[in-house]
Design a protein around this ligand. Structure first.
Ligand SMILES: [Zn+2]
Length: 257
């Protein structure tokens, strides 16, 4: 029998424990799945403010970002009053009244570069956290050594990895009915998502992200750009490398009528 090993710190029981439920997608965003291969220490790490900058945790950065999108999506439907996860935002006030959606940005959210870069970094680490945990949960992968760059960045705050955000063309938007209630991370839902040895792409709450999953060089990056552009011409205008949180179309403005 193989020992149960944590996908983040790669340590095994009994050196570490697995007593708490580690939600892959935060519960407050409606996430319902958890990963059994995340130890208590690592689980705690992602929810702890001191793991990032003392102001907000990696999970909070993720929630802050997607809460807007999720509410936007929920407001566009005649949704059910049942509990779909709650989260009070630090930066935004999102109100949904009679199917109308309104967003107020609080003064704690700033547009200056330092603030935006820091938040974007926490968001990227959070995205990688969900990625590796869902890859492991859905496909049984993630413990391989090739993913060490993800562990370094997301779990140990070492280095930096580029995350690319794809800008949709209007109308190119499909979601399953229950998806805004219970968000799901898709690895290969649409043909426009690239799967390669060094880069992967995911779709979450209507947003498409691409990023490296292992060591890569400039040449690999160029090949990836070429391939991803080709595959996406029909549905996407282009992509940006996320440097600021505002690089992401959080409110899904293309849905505006
Ligand atoms: Zn661990």
């Amino acid at each position: 029998m193989t020992l149960k090993k944590c996908i983040w710190c790669l340590k095994s029981y009994p050196e570490i424990t697995f007593n708490k439920r580690a939600h892959t997608i935060p519960k407050s965003l409606g996430g319902q799945n958890y990963n059994k291969n995340v130890c208590d220490n690592c689980n705690e790490y992602f929810g702890n403010r001191n793991s990032h900058n003392g102001k907000y945790s990696i999970e909070e950065a993720l929630k802050e970002t997607f809460i807007i999108t999720r509410k936007r999506l929920l407001s566009s439907k005649q949704v059910i009053k049942r509990k779909v996860g709650r989260f009070k935002s630090k930066f935004f006030e999102v109100k949904v009244k009679n199917g109308k959606y309104s967003l107020t940005i609080k003064s704690s959210f700033r547009f200056e570069k330092g603030f935006q870069n820091e938040l974007a970094r926490a968001f990227k680490r959070g995205l990688y956290k969900v990625y590796l945990e869902e890859l492991n949960r859905q496909k049984g992968m993630g413990q391989e050594e090739k993913y060490n760059i993800i562990r370094d960045f997301a779990r140990y705050d070492i280095g930096d990895l580029p995350v690319f955000y794809f800008d949709r063309k209007i109308g190119a938007f499909i979601m399953f009915d229950r998806e805004s209630e219970t968000p799901f991370l898709f690895f290969d839902r649409m043909k426009y998502l690239i799967k390669s040895e060094k880069f992967d792409e995911i779709e979450f709450l209507g947003h498409v992200f691409g990023f490296p999953v292992t060591q890569f060089n400039q040449k690999d990056l160029e090949i990836y750009f070429k391939e991803t552009k080709k595959l996406k011409t029909e549905f996407f205008r282009g992509f940006v490398k996320i440097e600021k949180l505002t690089d992401i179309d959080l409110t899904l403005s293309l849905m505006n009528d």
